[in-house]
Structure formats: C-alpha cells, structure tokens
Design a protein around this ligand. Structure first.
Ligand code: SAH
Length: 220
C-alpha cells in the first residue's frame, strides 16, 4: 500500500520521528500518544498531491471546506482524553470524523470508538479508509453529531473536532461519571475546553486558543 511513497521517503521512520520530536518540543508528554501517532500513517489520509506535507505541523484541506487537524492538536486532545479521565477510558465518541486520522489515533488507544460525520462523502471515504487499514474497533455513523450519539452513551471520553458556539448540555449528559470531554468552543475566537464529570457535577476548564472549522448544525 505504501511502497510508492516509501520510494521518496515520506513514510520513512525519520520523517515520522521528526514529527514526534516536534510534538515533544511542543509539550506533549504522553509517550503512549506519541507512539500511536508515530504508528498511524498520516500521509494516507490526505490527497497524494499533499502527502509530502502530511507530517508537517499544519492542517491540510480534505475537500468540502474541511481540514485534517494539525498533528499538535490531535496529540493534545488525545493526551487530555487519556489523562483527564478518572478511570480507564473504554468507550469514546468523536464528533467530526473528517478523513479519519484522529479516529485512527483514538482507535489505537481505546477499545471502542464511535465517530460521527455529517458530510456524506467524507463519511464514506473515512469508512473505506478505516476498513483498508484494518481498523475494526470504530463504528462510523453518518449523522449530525451535535446531538451526540444517545444510543451508545454514556461515553468515558468525548472529543469534538469542529467548534461549537457553546458547550452543549446534551453532550455533557452523554458523559459517564468520571469521564471527560475535549472540544473547541467559540466562533471567531475559539478556545480549547476540557469538561470533566464527577459524581457531583461538571468542571469546565478553558485551556488554550485554537482554530477549528465550525460545527455544522441541523440536517445535512
Ligand atoms: N478529526 C478530523 C478533523 C475533521 S474537520 C481529522 O482528523 O481529519 C471537522 C469535521 O467535522 C469535518 O469533517 C466536518 O464535516 C465535521 N462536522 C462538522 N459539523 C458536524 C456535525 N454537526 N456532526 C458531525 N460532524 C460534523
């Protein structure tokens, strides 16, 4: 599958290690997350014309006005999911499958992933990609994820990869006690938020400025 790209070195361990070193320098500490990101072939999730930039720390277009998130934010959000949760994370909901890259990183770390995508061709492509990569612990759904996925709730972790104007009460309710949600919030100015649920309620922390595509609401 990767032989042609191997020839020009894009899948070389050196290229990927450079990305991992950069993530470390940017403050990612969780070695388990770093190992997963080393292993997932990011270049296979972007158009061939852009494959040479796949390991740079940039977001790249995946058509339909959507993007594959930059490696740093994928690492950061995944690290938060792993470390902020009070018990081992088993079941994770991702809202915004996109090309399926973040999904694939999650699939290496957690046993059961549900991922919701609202744009049909992206949903189809991501499903095919995950199947080609033999990733079998992900259930991809074509739906509006702003309502979460009540039939599979509660989740130990929820990650949203598009920005909503505010933190949704519906999603908070789908968190298991002890679980956490990581999401970008805001319109022009966006912040990464961590929402933790315990037996007494929710704690919301505003972490750092981010830039995501807006969450699309309503029927596709
Ligand atoms: N995690 C992705 C990032 C994709 S960009 C990756 O690694 O590539 C955000 C994605 O969220 C887009 O694919 C967009 O179509 C999707 N999206 C936006 N609003 C949505 C909604 N209401 N429900 C589900 N997906 C949504």
């Amino acid at each position: 599958m990767t032989t042609r790209l191997h020839g020009i070195g894009m899948t070389s361990s050196r290229t990927r290690l450079r990305m991992i070193d950069r993530l470390r320098a940017q403050g990612i500490k969780d070695e388990v997350v770093l190992a997963a990101m080393y292993e997932v072939p990011r270049h296979l999730f972007v158009d061939e014309a852009m494959a040479s930039r796949a390991y740079d720390d940039v977001s790249l277009p995946i058509n339909y006005e959507q993007t594959i998130s930059q490696p740093y934010i994928v690492a950061r959000m995944t690290e938060l999911l792993r470390t902020a949760s009070r018990h081992p994370v088993k079941r994770v909901l991702e809202i915004g499958t996109g090309c399926g890259y973040q999904t694939s990183v999650l699939a290496r770390l957690f046993p059961e992933i549900y991922s919701v995508e609202r744009i049909a061709p992206l949903y189809e492509r991501a499903r095919r990609k995950l199947r080609d990569l033999k990733i079998h612990n992900v259930s991809v759904r074509y739906a509006d994820g702003s309502a979460g996925l009540p039939e599979a709730a509660p989740f130990d972790g929820i990650i949203m990869t598009a920005a909503a104007p505010e933190i949704s009460a519906v999603l908070k309710e789908q968190l298991a006690v002890g679980g956490c949600m990581v999401l970008p919030v805001g319109r022009q100015e966006q912040w990464l938020y961590l929402v933790e649920r315990d037996a007494y309620g929710y704690r919301e922390s505003r972490l750092e400025p981010v830039k995501f595509v807006p969450l699309l609401m309503g029927k596709a």
